[in-house]
Design a protein around this ligand. Structure first.
Ligand SMILES: [Zn+2]
Length: 395
């Protein structure tokens, strides 16, 4: 098994199709024409501490180990800066130098194997070229809603690939799960102790709950735009049972099939599905995103064109008839209320929220429009709030 084989298949597939997307490729072209180093190294040198071999021989040893495991050959610098959160980040290389930065808290509270996982995860983002699709940069250029959702889905799979790279470097499932738990809970001390079975059972509980009731707090996280770590732990557990990490394990193809049920909730398969309910969900999504966009005020011609395409070409004539689309929305919501489940409706609302946060800020009016739609969809208020508060992040 080559280290490049651990990349999640859907990460590669979506990555390639995103690079082919005309909107994305026009942005990438613009970036390559005007590219200047972002000056992040200068910033780090001024505000963080560069960890040398003399300062932390163990960390430098871990870097060597990761590079060997992942067949990476690039000069790497490690930095640490004071911060209370557990976090690490990998910065796109500047002048042939890769930079990985840690918060002081993560170095303080994570064991060496846990850090090995975190470091491997960050190297994974570099290895698989995830920086080549700069999500937040593309979001700023206001892509159409469908592209926003694809970017979101891809970024989730990119995390799965990076997790596998971390797992390959760490080699110990307990430690990877432990690291994920600490990252997710944000604490690590005698009061809260990690328990693998219990943490994993959170996912099982959620799956059961999906078919029944999603009112309890944990269950709402299915629809949050934030990455969900028990889910990632389960995807990792499967990876440890596969040939990627265990020579006698299940095939990679089987692994990818096995993780689909947990990934499905995070992606928008209804966009392409042929079922009647999927069609109803799409209708609410498109008319709903029109309503949310309208809440901020005006439309330029380009935006009009995007929505016209989404709402059905020719359906609204030369000028979009706003009143008609909004009254259509009520009808579409009514249909979805009759035929869709609470889970499906929450998924659509989550995606509307994702589209709204695409430009990195949700205005009060947009939030208000999202709440209106959530209420019309008869989604419980507490779920609406969770769904629309979170922001998407590629971590
Ligand atoms: Zn990541």
């Amino acid at each position: 098994m080559q280290s490049s084989d651990i990349r999640a298949t859907q990460d590669s597939v979506l990555f390639e199709s995103l690079k082919q997307d005309p909107f994305v490729s026009s942005i990438l072209k613009k970036i390559s024409q005007h590219e200047q180093p972002l000056g992040i190294r200068r910033q780090f040198l001024g505000t963080a501490v560069r960890l040398t071999k003399n300062m932390s021989p163990k960390l430098i040893e871990m870097v060597q180990h990761c590079k060997k495991q992942l067949d990476i050959n690039i000069e790497t610098e490690l930095y640490v800066f004071a911060a209370p959160q557990y976090n690490a980040m990998c910065i796109k290389p500047e002048n042939g130098r890769l930079m990985i930065a840690f918060t002081s808290s993560i170095l303080k509270d994570f064991s060496l194997p846990e850090l090995q996982f975190v470091l491997g995860h960050e190297f994974g983002h570099y290895k698989f070229g995830h920086h080549d699709i700069p999500v937040s940069y593309i979001m700023k250029a206001k892509p159409d809603p469908r592209l926003v959702l694809t970017l979101f889905t891809w970024s989730r799979y990119a995390e799965i690939s990076a997790d596998r790279a971390g797992a390959l470097c760490c080699g110990d499932f307990e430690a990877t799960a432990n690291a994920m738990f600490k990252l997710s809970a944000g604490i690590s001390n005698d009061l809260v102790r990690f328990h693998l079975e219990d943490f994993i059972s959170q996912v099982e509980d959620m799956k059961t709950a999906m078919e029944k009731d999603i009112r309890q707090r944990m269950h709402r996280d299915w629809f949050s735009t934030h990455p969900f770590s028990p889910l990632r732990v389960q995807a990792l557990q499967k990876a440890f049972e596969s040939v990627l990490l265990e020579s006698e394990g299940i095939s990679k193809a089987q692994l990818e099939i096995d993780i689909e049920p947990f990934m499905n909730v995070m992606q928008q398969s209804y966009l392409d599905s042929q079922t009647d309910v999927a069609e109803l969900m799409r209708r609410v999504l498109f008319a709903g995103s029109f309503k949310v966009a309208l809440a901020t005020g005006t439309f330029n011609q380009k935006e009009q064109h995007v929505f016209e395409k989404l709402l059905g070409e020719g359906r609204y004539g030369e000028q979009l008839d706003q009143a008609r689309i909004l009254s259509d929305l009520d009808e579409r919501i009514e249909d979805l209320n009759q035929h869709g489940t609470l889970v499906q409706k929450s998924q659509v609302l989550r995606d509307l929220a994702l589209i709204a946060v695409a430009d990195n800020k949700v205005t009060k009016k947009e939030r208000h429009a999202l709440r209106d739609i959530g209420q019309a969809l008869q989604i419980p208020v507490d779920i609406i709030e969770v769904v629309i508060q979170r922001r998407p992040m590629l971590d």
